[in-house]
Design a protein around this ligand. Structure first.
Ligand SMILES: [Zn+2]
Length: 391
């Protein structure tokens, strides 16, 4: 309450006083706000009565052209304070005046469109931003806002069109985000069980942005669904080549596919290549699983890895091996090992698995557009997020 009152006293008073002082200079046109009206306006603002202040200002505006700028500033201030209804009322009132300078009128329309956006009146916001952009006014700002409007409405085709216009207006590439829209459309087709369409759109995403990890993972998943396991393996490996941080996303699907194709030597080679270029312990887990499947003892590999860099993934695999060893079963310790392993799995279920490199948001599931900062492609998997060494 006190903060609110103080805000009303300081911010608008500063604006009005600054404006009033500037009005002491001779003005070429119109009459200045009378001392009486200015006094009324100030007392309403100081009394935390913004509606009366708006009324006083509106009355003043009828006789003074230049109060329009004060209207504009006050309206923007309302919006910044989250009082969108008041912001709209001020800006709409201003637009009804037929004698605004064109430049000021354009500015008011742009501000009003932002009011609509903030109020959730998406249709009105969209229409006004479209009109402004079509008239060559506030083009890049309006297109940026349109992109946000369409993204919020998950209208990917319109978002794509606005992004292309923005690309042309700003002269900077938007291909990464356009590829994301193609992926969104491909995901929609996939959910609708239209596999050929999903494939076509995902391929278009990769053609638009050859570094799109999402397109590679999606093409891999689509090929896997179609039973094209060799093709799927190629796409999963491509995702790793594009961005090694996505190893936790592609390793298990790749392993699934090579089990179908039988290309185990190729997979082992891949694991060795990964070990050479990354500090991840995930290849060790995958290698241990392969050894166990062939009836080999993976204990040595896992314990050596734990000594080098203790991670939850390796320890979970280690305990799984341990609880099945005859000497552990003979000592009746297998249940203890199993409980510890289950506790580790549960612990992993409540830990963050991803992180946004832009805002630090830590979701448990993958988002290609960060729900926090709305950036695309800034979230990456956390590889074995909890290091048991605490480092
Ligand atoms: Zn973010």
């Amino acid at each position: 309450m006190f903060d609110s009152l103080l805000g009303w006293l300081l911010l608008p008073l500063g604006i009005v006083l600054g404006w009033a002082l500037s009005r002491r200079m001779p003005q070429p046109e119109g009459q200045s706000l009378s001392t009486e009206q200015l006094g009324g306006l100030l007392s309403h603002l100081a009394g935390d009565d913004p509606d009366q202040a708006i009324a006083a200002l509106t009355q003043a505006a009828e006789i003074d052209h230049s109060t329009a700028e004060l209207h504009l500033t006050l309206g923007n201030l309302f919006r910044k304070r989250g009082e969108v209804d008041r912001a709209m009322r001020v800006h709409e009132t201003l637009l009804t005046r037929g004698n605004l300078r064109p430049q000021l009128q354009h500015q008011v329309r742009y501000e009003l469109a932002q009011d609509y956006l903030k109020a959730g009146l998406m249709d009105r916001a969209e229409q006004m931003f479209q009109e402004l952009a079509a008239q060559g006014l506030f083009v890049t700002q309006s297109l940026e806002q349109l992109v946000a409007v369409y993204e919020q409405g998950r209208d990917w085709k319109q978002a794509m069109e606005a992004a292309r216009r923005l690309e042309a207006a700003k002269g900077e590439s938007k291909r990464a985000v356009i590829a994301q829209y193609y992926c969104e459309l491909a995901e929609e087709a996939r959910r609708a069980k239209n596999l050929p369409e999903a494939l076509k759109l995902a391929q278009r995403a990769l053609d638009t942005d050859s570094s799109s990890v999402r397109a590679s993972l999606l093409l891999g998943a689509l090929a896997e669904t179609a039973g094209e396991f060799a093709e799927a393996s190629r796409f999963y490996r491509r995702a790793f080549d594009q961005d090694p941080r996505f190893l936790p996303e592609m390793l298990a699907p790749l392993q699934r596919c090579v089990e179908k194709t039988g290309d185990m030597p190729g997979f082992v080679q891949f694991l060795n290549d990964v070990k050479a270029v990354s500090g991840s312990m995930l290849p060790v887990v995958a290698e241990a699983q392969l050894m166990r499947r062939e009836g080999l003892d993976a204990m040595g590999l896992l314990s050596a890895s734990l000594e080098r860099q203790p991670t939850r993934a390796v320890l979970t695999e280690f305990l799984d091996v341990l609880e099945k060893r005859p000497e552990v079963v003979a000592a009746g310790l297998e249940k203890s090992a199993a409980s510890l392993r289950q506790a580790l799995i549960k612990f992993g279920e409540t830990s963050a698995r991803y992180q946004c490199g832009h805002c630090g948001f830590n979701p448990r599931q993958m988002f290609w557009q960060c729900p926090g900062c709305k950036n695309w492609g800034t979230i990456t998997p956390l590889d074995e997020s909890v290091r048991l060494s605490g480092s």
